[in-house]
Ligand binder design. Structure first.
Ligand SMILES: [Fe+2]
Length: 338
């Protein structure tokens, strides 16, 4: 009898040990992400299949995640910070929240223009902020952002909130190029031409052109690809109701990632970054989410654009406008861009 009991106890102990062994051996990487695209989950699943490393992702508002990273500075809970814009990476670096990493693979898979000079962050993609215009618009079309202040567009411009990171980044880059006075004049003229108070996301602006609530919208390029290939015919129709204008000095922004200082799963985090910058992942990000690749071996494509006539992409360096983010917020607020 005692032997039987011992056997039962041993079996329970073994089961507990195996269970704890399995959980302590489980390889994970923990992400804080401000991105909101289904391609991310799909690529993470692919990464898990290839490496056995489970990807845990918490998605939230960028400022909330930055605050959380600061709170957790002593004992970081996340390994990787993913952003949909550049200034958050800039700020995280400034606040000492990031750890520089450099591997031969990461360096080979990213163009220098799309990574931090000190290797604190890497872009995963870049994106362009362009102008959509009603195909039925018969007047002069804008060819620069500054043209949007022309009074012929009075009551015609649709744009999302001034609190949105994509818009703040655009204005920060203009500030870096133009200085304060010209940017203030631009903002005043732009706001005066709004069709309505800013509302909704980028796609909503295009939908509102289709609904005849305005004639021009400022929108990130990949959303047009997503709308054009949507399963919803009405969304497709909205996309088809506009032509796209790539302004001279088209503003580019990045979506990128960085490893958190003292990350518990740094090795796994590096593997994930290497995977997401690989040719395979970059091709999928380009083909399925319509973002532009940062891997020099992957060609940029755009379903709306013959890439031979590539847009004149802004030559303002990322670091040049990262510093203008706060100033941009103040000026946009002052101009009444709600
Ligand atoms: Fe987005």
């Amino acid at each position: 009898m005692p032997i039987k009991i011992n056997k039962v106890i041993l079996s329970i102990i073994t089961t507990i040990m195996l269970a704890s062994c399995t959980s302590s051996k489980e390889e994970v990487v923990n992400l804080y992400s401000t991105r909101h695209y289904t391609i991310d989950e799909q690529l993470h699943e692919e990464f898990t299949k290839q490496t056995g490393i489970k990807v845990n992702m918490i998605k939230s508002d960028p400022d909330a995640l930055l605050a959380r990273l600061e709170q957790e500075k002593a004992t970081p809970q996340a390994d990787v910070f993913f952003t949909a814009d550049y200034p958050r990476l800039y700020r995280a670096k400034e606040k000492g929240l990031l750890e520089a990493v450099k591997t031969d693979t990461l360096l080979a898979q990213t163009s220098p223009k799309y990574r931090d000079k000190d290797n604190f962050w890497y872009a995963m993609s870049y994106r362009l902020r362009i102008i959509a215009i009603d195909t039925n618009w018969t007047g002069v079309r804008p060819s620069t952002y500054a043209d949007l202040t022309n009074e012929i567009y009075k009551g015609k411009i649709l744009v999302r909130s001034g609190g949105n990171a994509y818009n703040i980044s655009l204005i920060a880059s203009l500030l870096a190029k133009w200085g304060e006075e010209k940017t203030e004049t631009f903002l005043k003229g732009l706001v005066a031409n709004f069709a309505r108070s800013p509302e909704g996301n980028d796609r909503k602006q295009v939908a509102d052109i289709y609904a005849k609530k305005g004639s021009l919208a400022i929108v990130n390029s990949y959303y047009m690809g997503l709308m054009y290939t949507s399963v919803d015919p009405e969304v497709q129709n909205a996309a088809k109701s506009v032509d796209l204008i790539y302004p001279e000095d088209t503003h580019f922004n990045i979506s990128g990632f960085a490893i958190i200082k003292n990350a518990k799963n740094k090795k796994n985090a590096i593997k994930l970054l290497e995977f997401l910058t690989s040719e395979y992942a970059q091709q999928r990000i380009t083909a399925e989410n319509f973002e532009y690749p940062i891997n020099p071996n992957v060609a940029a494509t755009d379903i709306f654009l013959n890439w031979e006539d590539s847009p004149k992409i802004d030559n303002v360096e990322l670091d040049d406008w990262g510093t203008y983010y706060e100033k941009a917020v103040i000026l946009m607020d002052k101009a009444g861009w709600k």
